[in-house]
Design a protein around this ligand. Structure first.
Ligand code: FAD
Ligand code: SIN
Length: 525
């Protein structure tokens, strides 16, 4: 089966939906998404979305906080672009129907999170992402120029390679003509030809054992670009959120928002002592990499499984009004957070790197844009400032839309792209190999490529991953496509990129902390 469209958008989080709404005025848009529309990291976002809104906050302060948090590795142009365009992006979200909380006086109720010098986070209670998804999905469904295919899994990008040309990492002018997409209901492959393709496939959290990310976050877009010989960067900077609820067996791990610390919650040890001031002057509100590493250190030296977050100093009615979702969730497992401390552990949360893009969101592959968590715009550097990702996705969706819309008039769809070739493949009988390799991959990444790394750990991880890479490739080549196998293959590729890029960085900086290199404190606070 073949489908033709002007814009192919892969993924239906804030990045993909915002872009679709913007370009739908100029052409036909097809969104494919592998689950139901709302499934993705956006739906889970709690704390909120950053934007300089009122004095005494200024763009300069937001820029400074972002660069300090990113340990000086941020691209200053990307930072300035996102920070200064944020108010316009927020106005647009509001116009699309997103509701952010206001105070009794009618002003936006701004929260604070780790690394921020001012209150600048707009939010909807403690489920901001779900509110954004609700409003955007509603708007997209009503748009006559946008079609959505749920349960459609993008497998590979179509490039010159599929016309029989040799494409290597050194090739210039690689062009994307669309994507091969697996219809998960019929198990058939659809060939989608597009003038512009947008990857907005979200994060990679599932390569780790403990993650806040939902099951769809398997790094598919990043792996597809790597296979198509496109450029990825900064993959070593995987952010672990310091405070996910310690509730063994629950996957994904439930997030205890950093906004709770912005609201006054304090990190404590099992004996009730505060410990973060030992590590950083901002205490419990230090940047995330420092808090996660400090917790990891305390847990390892004390032989304990979790630390505590204590918000009981605040009035119960205020806690419940601001954090109803977290309150209900904890109550559901027997913890009343207005009276008791919350057990928390770090969990893999966010991928700061990804598909390298320019200031228009375009990747190294022509006619292919990457947006949101899949992309690496340079905003985050070595560590993302809390609540900077939703706004990055919204701003870059606008930039990519403005850049790509005028192009479609002069682009013709590519002809001669063959159907997907599945000759000689059969259904994989060895499902056990897929589930076993999935577990092994998570173990390798969690044990050796987590919060604390070393040359030895990275080398060992690479050697072990190589074995399951070979096994999975063999299985892939002889199997008809299925989602689990494709996701496993993608996650192994992402794991490989993280390890390789971590091995190349011969220093400890931001989220990449190696026992073999001293920590660089690149920026004055
Ligand atoms: P997503 O929202 O993850 O969407 C990705 C989409 O791609 C999904 O629809 C998925 O199904 C689809 N997809 C993936 N692979 C394929 C494929 N092969 N084929 C077809 N479709 C595919 N950031 C903030 O700024 N503020 C916060 O408060 C905040 N809180 C967070 C809390 C949690 C628990 C988590 C997990 C993240 C949080 N983040 C927060 C990070 C932020 O939510 C994400 O970075 C952001 O939502 C990513 O948006 P996105 O559109 O790039 O991807
Ligand atoms: C949170 O609410 O703590 C998550 C914020 C983020 O990841 O940006």
């Amino acid at each position: 089966m073949k489908i033709e469209t002007d814009f192919l958008v892969i993924g239906s989080g804030i990045a993909g939906l915002s872009y679709a709404l913007k370009v739908a005025e100029t052409g036909r848009v097809l969104i494919v998404t592998k689950g139901e529309m709302h499934e993705g990291n956006t739906e889970y976002a709690q704390g909120g979305i950053c934007c300089v809104t009122y004095p005494p906050d200024t763009f300069e302060k937001h820029i400074h906080d972002t660069i300090v948090c990113g340990a000086g590795l941020c691209d200053p142009v990307a930072v300035e672009t996102v920070v200064t365009r944020a108010p316009e992006a927020i106005r647009e979200l509001v116009q699309w129907g997103v509701k952010f909380d206001k105070t009794a006086g009618g002003k936006y109720d701004l929260a604070r999170e780790g690394g921020h010098s001012e209150n600048r986070i707009l939010h909807h209670k403690d489920y901001t992402g779900a509110e954004i998804e609700r409003a955007l999905i509603r708007r997209v469904k009503r748009h006559p120029n946008i079609e959505v295919l749920e349960h459609h899994f993008a497998v590979d990008l179509i490039t010159q390679h599929h016309l029989g040309e040799l494409v290597t990492k050194q090739s210039r002018d690689i062009t994307c003509y669309g994507a091969y997409v697996l219809n998960l209901k019929t198990s058939s492959i659809v060939r989608i030809l597009s003038k512009i393709t947008v990857l907005s496939t979200g994060g990679v959290g599932n390569i780790y054992h403990t993650t806040t990310n939902p099951p769809v976050a398997t790094g598919d877009g990043i792996a597809m670009v790597h296979r198509a010989k496109g450029v990825t960067e900064n993959m070593e900077f995987i952010q672990f959120h310091p405070t996910s609820l310690y509730n063994p067996g629950e996957r994904p791990s439930f997030l205890i928002s950093e906004a709770l610390r912005g609201f006054g919650a304090i990190l404590k040890l099992s004996d009730g002592r505060e410990f973060m001031h030992k590590y950083h002057p901002m205490g419990s509100l230090a940047p995330r990499d420092i808090v996660a590493r400090s917790i990891d250190h305390e847990l390892k030296t004390r032989g304990e499984d979790f630390v505590y977050l204590d918000v009981t100093a605040r009035r119960p009615e205020d806690i419940i009004a601001h954090f109803p979702h977290i309150y209900e969730k904890c109550l559901g497992i027997g913890i009343d957070i207005t009276k008791e401390m919350i057990p928390v552990v770090p969990a893999a949360h966010y991928c700061c790197g990804g598909v390298k893009v320019d200031y228009n969101g375009e990747s190294s592959i022509g006619r292919l844009y990457a947006l949101g968590e899949t992309s690496s715009t340079g905003l985050h550097g070595a560590n993302r400032l809390a609540s900077n990702s939703l706004i990055e996705a919204a701003v870059y969706a606008g930039l990519a839309a403005a850049h790509s819309s005028p192009r479609i008039a002069s682009i013709t769809l590519c002809s001669g792209i063959p159907d997907w070739n599945d000759e000689g493949t059969t259904s994989p009988e060895e499902m056990v190999l897929i589930t076993q390799n999935y577990r092994e991959m998570q173990q390798i990444m969690s044990n050796y490529v987590g919060i604390v790394r070393s040359d030895l750990r990275l080398d060992r991880a690479m050697r072990r991953l190589e074995i399951i890479f070979q096994e999975t490739e063999e299985l892939y080549l002889k199997s008809t496509l299925n989602q689990n196998l494709c996701e496993l293959r993608n996650m192994i590729t992402v794991g490989y990129l993280i390890i390789k890029q971590a091995q190349q960085l011969k220093q400890s900086i931001g989220l990449h902390y190696s026992l073999d290199y001293p920590l660089i404190n690149a920026v004055e606070m």
